[in-house]
Design a protein around this ligand. Structure first.
Ligand SMILES: [Zn+2]
Length: 232
């Protein structure tokens, strides 16, 4: 198990990456990491580029502060909901990367993933979750139908939320979604991104499954699709 000291250093490293990649401005964005029975989270009202190890806040799994000189960010409910819904994950990263967030605030979903490697990494779909008002008591319920098959989602009128087994995995999922959003935007000026052939998608999803990245709901959906395509 990674030491708390190393973990805190890693959180600070990925906070800086969020800032340097332009995925956040002002006090935007937040990171939390599950470490046994507690969470380590970034402090509220700080630029992610200024966060240091000593500013991180320790919380219980319900998001209640255990220790730290700073307060936790107000969007902690989103993170707590993710951990409740997905016992397999240990990290939540949330940011407002400008291109993916442009889709999210316009209520325009991203197209089905149109690049082979990205299907293996993220699956076929990056869902757009309906707007969740701050402090909404239905946060967990709203997220549940999307996090059952996706590791990264667009939050309408808000930004992007990614989960993962470790910081690098969650961060790079978020980064990849921003990259896909940029490609989709550029491709739209030339026409539309062409979807991959269904047969190719199915074999990429199979690869995803073998890599241990697929979710149960996704596996069932693929089996149904395969059955339908074979019996057409
Ligand atoms: Zn936010």
């Amino acid at each position: 198990m990674i030491s708390e000291l190393k973990l805190k250093k890693e959180i600070v490293h990925f906070c800086q990456k969020l800032t340097h990649s332009g995925f956040v401005a002002n006090h935007d964005g937040n990171i939390s990491v599950k470490c046994g029975s507690k969470l380590w989270a970034t402090p509220t009202a700080q630029s992610k580029g200024d966060v240091t190890e000593s500013m991180l806040v320790a919380l219980d799994l319900n998001g209640k502060k255990l220790s730290g000189t700073h307060s936790v960010f107000s969007e902690i409910d989103l993170h707590v909901a993710c951990y409740r819904l997905r016992p397999d994950i240990e990290v939540v990263v949330h940011a407002h990367p400008p291109m993916a967030t442009a889709f999210a605030v316009s209520g325009v979903p991203l197209q089905k993933v149109f690049i082979a490697e990205a299907i293996v990494t993220l699956g076929e779909e990056i869902p757009l979750v309906p707007f969740i008002p701050p402090g909404c008591p239905d946060t967990e319920k709203t997220l549940s139908s999307f996090l059952s098959y996706a590791d990264v989602v667009l939050l309408q009128n808000h930004g992007v939320l990614a989960v993962g087994k470790d910081l690098a995995q969650a961060y790079y999922r978020l980064e990849l979604v921003e990259h896909l959003a940029k490609i989709e935007w550029n491709a739209k000026s030339l026409g539309l991104p062409k979807p991959l052939p269904q047969k190719t998608i199915l074999s990429l999803l199979e690869k995803r499954k073998k890599a241990g990245l697929a979710h149960l709901d996704q596996i069932v959906a693929e089996e149904v699709k395969r059955f339908l395509s074979q019996n057409r």
